[in-house]
Design a binder for this molecule. Structure first.
Ligand SMILES: Cc1ncc(C[n+]2csc(CCOP(=O)(O)OP(=O)(O)O)c2C)c(N)n1
Length: 633
């Protein structure tokens, strides 16, 4: 690594000439493949931005100039150029560096991110702050064509129009989101590559003008005559130009020389600039170029053949299914008997397990792009007119559609089903992706039913229950990972919990969803120490029935709640409040002490889920110890 080894900060690359920059790009690709083949991580997006990242750091002066990444999964090259070459080997691991920009890691990571479509808004903020302070730096927002499907990016473009100097939006267009990019903007951008935009517009103009009697023909001739002039007028980029940006491009994003020239030009333009860069996701690694989707987020793999090193369950006699697969399969089963059922994703078709559904029911499958807010209100529209939508979405991504859930679905009490994948701790993606807020942000909304299954079988039953439920919205939240194999037990009934053990103890363990296995283990450890506990699988976080609360308030000395969620506003809060109310109303002299195991008022970083739970004192042994010590006091 002759060139890469000599770089400690971004400005170090300025000493290289074009030939050397190209060598450096080669070394970076090799290093990225080496590291991610061992650690896993986001590979193909990073391979696609090697030259672009080099050109940005070559043309600008970070951190004085502000380079803002959208989503942030493509910032590995940036990390390499800003002193984290060795640290990259620990990326996404417990105690290692983050897979996304992190201010605590480097002064060059100026804005934190993980969710999509934030970079232009943040950039407008940086540009406005700069102007208020009378400073002179450039602001550069780097956004992918996938992230450009998110509504907030248009709000930001609209807001930036004609206002800011030294503000450059770099559109990194590789025609891919995680899956193939979708929607009208993707089609529009696609035409830039093929040149069909100009031809199409020209023929539209000719047809329209030709229809005007007398003058039509001569104008058409004139238009043909000034073909090149028209081409200048109708060039790609009109959309952005109309919004007040100067459009530059499209340009080959792997041509270092051209990139350097265009960035120089962009720096001279007055007003905001949109620099359109065409890249290839997975560039330079044959397997990733061939299947960029597979190499978007990788597990460790054999770099010689691109084959993932499989996890051990694959060699089990009967491999366990993931919760996402169970959701996809169950939705397909439901849709085959209920013709009004549709499946919706916000750019996460394969991640949410919907690939099979999409191919079996292409007319009832909707990928709306990275547009969670739209997906919710779109579902509300469908549900109002007799369709039964299942919006399958990662828990942390639904956060941004809170008002749509409340305002468009819940107030009108519409029968939309939300399947919340990746609820609870998700592991290596860290803070931005932990799905530990949904019980709090959903269960306090009137009309919303919230369920959490203890297993894949129960998840399936809950989906069938939801498919036949028309009295309002339902959310089912389930974790990342593989099914634990527990059977459902008694059938699902609205608001009714499942008693796993009910033996008149003075202690009860209330388990919510994915905690089930760990709680069974806690119960076993307690039992072995002659401490006996009843066990309730809560199933419904909302509604929780009155009889359960009465029983909890009057029978037990200790109530332990286990929830893969924030304790603030989560199940522990709900149950504590309900017990306190019960105590007041029924004049119960003694009520139980309620203790919650969950996330206590902090953002949880990255690492394996087991490691994170251990660090939080939420593994079975630690929870067992906590119970013993609480009761000893
Ligand atoms: C709000 C939100 N929804 C979904 C995702 C999941 N996600 C991560 S990257 C990605 C695709 C981004 O595509 P693009 O911006 O074109 O970047 P590329 O990977 O193609 O470089 C998606 C959907 C997310 N990060 N944030």
């Amino acid at each position: 690594m002759k060139y890469l080894n000599n770089i400690e900060k971004p400005s170090d690359i300025k000493k290289y000439d074009l030939f050397e920059l190209r060598q450096l790009a080669r070394e970076i690709r090799k290093y990225l493949i080496d590291v991610t083949s061992k650690t896993g991580g986001h590979l193909s997006s990073n391979l696609g931005v090697v030259e672009l990242t080099l050109a940005l750091h070559y043309g600008f002066d970070s951190p004085k100039d502000k380079i803002i990444w959208d989503v942030g999964h493509q910032a590995y090259v940036h990390k390499l150029l800003s002193g984290r070459m060795e640290a990259l080997k620990s990326i996404r691991q417990f105690g290692g560096i983050s897979g996304f920009p992190k201010k605590s890691e480097s002064e060059h990571d100026i804005f934190e991110v993980g969710h999509s479509s934030t970079s232009i808004s943040a950039g407008v903020g940086f540009a406005a702050a700069r102007d208020i302070k009378g400073e002179n730096n450039y602001v550069i927002s780097v956004i992918g064509d996938g992230a450009l499907t998110g509504g907030m990016s248009y709000e930001a473009l609209n807001n930036a129009a004609r206002k800011y100097n030294k503000f450059i939006v770099v559109l990194n267009d590789n025609q891919m989101s995680i899956d193939k990019n979708v929607g009208g903007m993707a089609m529009y951008l696609d035409k830039f590559r093929t040149g069909t935009l100009y031809n199409e517009v020209k023929s539209d103009v000719e047809t329209t003008l030709g229809k005007i009697p007398m003058v039509g023909d001569s104008i058409v001739k004139a238009v043909r005559g000034v073909k090149n002039g028209v081409k200048q007028l109708l060039i790609p980029g009109m959309f952005f130009e109309e919004l007040g940006f100067t459009y530059l491009g499209p340009i080959d994003g792997h041509d270092m020389g051209k990139l350097n020239i265009l960035i120089k030009q962009a720096k001279k333009v007055e007003g905001p600039v949109l620099l359109h860069v065409l890249t290839t996701k997975g560039k330079g690694y044959h397997h990733a170029e061939k299947d960029p989707h597979k190499f978007h987020g990788v597990k460790p793999f054999d770099k010689s053949n691109g084959i993932f090193r499989e996890s051990s369950n694959i060699i089990d006699a009967e491999p366990k299914k993931s919760f996402s697969t169970i959701v996809g399969d169950t939705l397909t089963d439901i849709a085959s008997i209920k013709p009004n059922v549709v499946g919706i994703t916000a750019a996460m078709c394969s991640g949410t397990g919907l690939t099979g559904f999409a191919s079996q029911f292409p007319d009832r499958f909707f990928d709306v792009g990275i547009a969670e807010q739209h997906a919710v209100t779109f579902s509300a529209g469908l549900a109002t007119d007799g369709i039964k939508p299942f919006f399958v979405v990662y828990s942390s991504f639904l956060q941004r559609a809170y008002d749509q859930v409340l305002h468009d679905v819940c107030i009108q009490n519409l029968p939309v089903v939300f399947c919340l994948d990746r609820s609870g701790l998700v592991g290596a993606d860290g803070e931005t992706h932990q799905g530990v807020f949904d019980l709090s942000y959903l269960s306090h909304i009137p009309n919303m039913t919230v369920m959490a299954p203890k297993s894949g079988d129960e998840l399936k039953e809950m989906m069938h229950f939801a498919a036949s439920y028309y009295d309002g919205p339902i959310a089912i939240r389930y974790p990342k990972g593989l099914d634990n194999g527990y059977k459902t037990g008694k059938s699902i009934e609205l608001g009714i919990e499942e008693w796993i053990k009910d033996e008149a103890s003075d202690r009860v363990l209330i388990t919510v969803g994915s905690y089930f296995e760990r709680v069974m283990k806690v119960s076993e450890l307690l039992h072995n120490n002659n401490v006996h506990a009843d066990i309730v699988n809560l199933r419904f976080v909302s509604p929780i029935n009155d009889a359960l609360i009465t029983k909890l308030a009057s029978k037990y000395k200790y109530v332990y709640v286990f929830e893969d969620n924030m304790l603030n506003g989560g199940v522990t809060s709900i149950i504590s409040r309900r017990i306190a109310k019960e105590k007041a109303i029924r004049n119960i002299s003694k009520s139980p002490s309620v203790f919650g195991f969950g996330i206590d008022d902090e953002f949880v970083g990255h690492g394996q889920i087991d490691e994170l739970n251990k660090s939080l004192g939420l593994d079975s042994k630690a929870m067992f110890d906590t119970i013993l010590s609480l009761e000893r006091n």
